[in-house]
Design a protein. Structure first.
Length: 397
């Protein structure tokens, strides 16, 4: 495993990422990235490329699996990832976002994955210091050195194809989670309410990297509609206290009472389990084409119904009317009505939650994800399950 950071080169075994890496050798490459040059260095970082070449040449990998090279290793590291070995060595690049062609979250699409972005005409991109020819250079490196581009959803794959990567072999590998880590206990809900000092009103849970792009602004407005129909409260999870201040101001302006909005903060796995145990419904209101929001799958595996965005990958997970409801977060009233519809029918909510857990355990398991990557990397030895994608059922949005 090769990772990067500000520290000096070093090798560790199980030293990065906690005890889950036990037995895995980790090489850390020093990659200084001054903020002023970040966008240029995301294409070619000479220090990082030299480090990757040195490690790859020593290791001579049988396969290469790359994640988020734009952050510090740079896209040019793809050219040396084989370490001078055979060109038949598979190189898999997993795209977790849209940074192969967009410096923001593909916000100009307003959720339409068939939209072809034009950076010079995008209000979000025109305010940034762009690198001329950046997308062409990235495409050239990926086209030449990547065996397969792995997208984490069909929605993301469509966006990639519409924005210059239709000529790159692409495979969809959905994210997966271990269902055994998403099992609530009867006491979890009460523990969470006591921790935050919450009353008995049903809880709408919204978590992850909370932001405007993730739909927090719209959700605050949608809650005004939901609260009018059923007394309820919104709990926001995440590690961005500055965003919660912004969200509180938006909620005040929209007319959402202070007692209906709570900051749950960042939670450890136990706290996250308790939060889902307390939730009556989980909200996924992303206003951009979110490639794959793991909070959606986590909610399903915890047996909670989901009101999810119609944009991005969420309709690939949530079956409208069966495991939750799909609504457009840009229409705050419609999204709020969807939340209220579930809150007003606890029996329906329970059945949706149970169906969501079954779907998560059958279609989005960690084992299926591992098997899919094993096939891409040419390892036929590990096949514990077929890893077949189950498309959204009719009416999934």
């Amino acid at each position: 495993m090769v990772t990067s950071g500000r520290g000096a080169d070093r090798e560790a075994t199980g030293g990065i990422g906690g005890p889950g890496n036990a037995g895995v050798g980790v090489r850390r490459i020093r990659t200084p990235v001054p903020a002023i040059a970040r966008r240029h260095l995301s294409i070619l970082n000479p220090v990082a490329v030299a480090g990757v070449w040195r490690v790859a040449r020593e290791f001579r990998p049988d396969a290469v699996h790359v994640h988020n090279v734009h952050e510090r290793l740079s896209f040019a590291s793809l050219a040396v990832a084989r370490g001078g070995g055979s060109q038949t060595v598979p190189v898999i690049l997993t795209a977790h976002d849209y940074l192969l062609f967009c410096l923001t979250k593909f916000l100009c699409s307003r959720g339409d994955v068939s939209f072809a972005a034009i950076p010079t005409q995008c209000v979000h991109c025109t305010t940034m210091r762009r690198v001329p020819g950046r997308n062409l250079m990235v495409h050239g490196l990926v086209k030449r050195h990547v065996t397969s581009l792995a997208c984490i959803s069909h929605a993301q794959a469509r966006a990639m194809a519409c924005n210059g990567f239709a000529d790159v072999p692409t495979t969809v590998v959905h994210n997966g989670l271990d269902a055994s880590t998403c099992e609530t206990r009867p006491s979890d809900g009460e523990m969470f309410r006591r921790r935050l000092g919450l009353d008995s009103r049903p809880i709408v849970l919204f978590g992850g990297r909370a932001s405007g792009a993730k739909g927090g602004d719209q959700l605050a407005r949608a809650m005004v509609r939901a609260v009018k129909r059923v007394p309820s409260q919104l709990v926001v999870l995440g590690d961005r206290p500055e965003y919660f201040v912004t969200l509180r101001a938006i909620a005040d302006e929209a007319g959402l009472l202070a007692g209906a909005l709570h900051d749950g903060g960042w939670l450890d796995p136990e706290g996250l389990r308790e939060a889902h145990g307390a939730a009556a419904v989980c909200a996924i209101p992303s206003v951009y084409p979110d490639p794959f929001n793991l909070m959606t799958l986590r909610a399903m595996l915890h047996g909670r119904p989901v009101v999810g965005t119609c944009h991005g990958a969420t309709p690939e997970l949530v079956v409208h009317g069966k495991t939750g409801l799909i609504a457009d977060p840009w229409d705050a009233d419609a999204f709020g009505d969807a939340l209220a519809d579930i809150l007003l029918d606890p029996v329906r909510a329970r059945l949706m939650g149970e169906a969501g857990r079954r779907r998560g355990m059958s279609a989005f398991t960690l084992g299926q994800q591992i098997d899919a990557y094993a096939r891409l990397l040419g390892d036929d030895r590990r096949h514990s399950s077929p890893g077949v994608y189950l498309p959204p059922e009719r009416g999934a949005g």
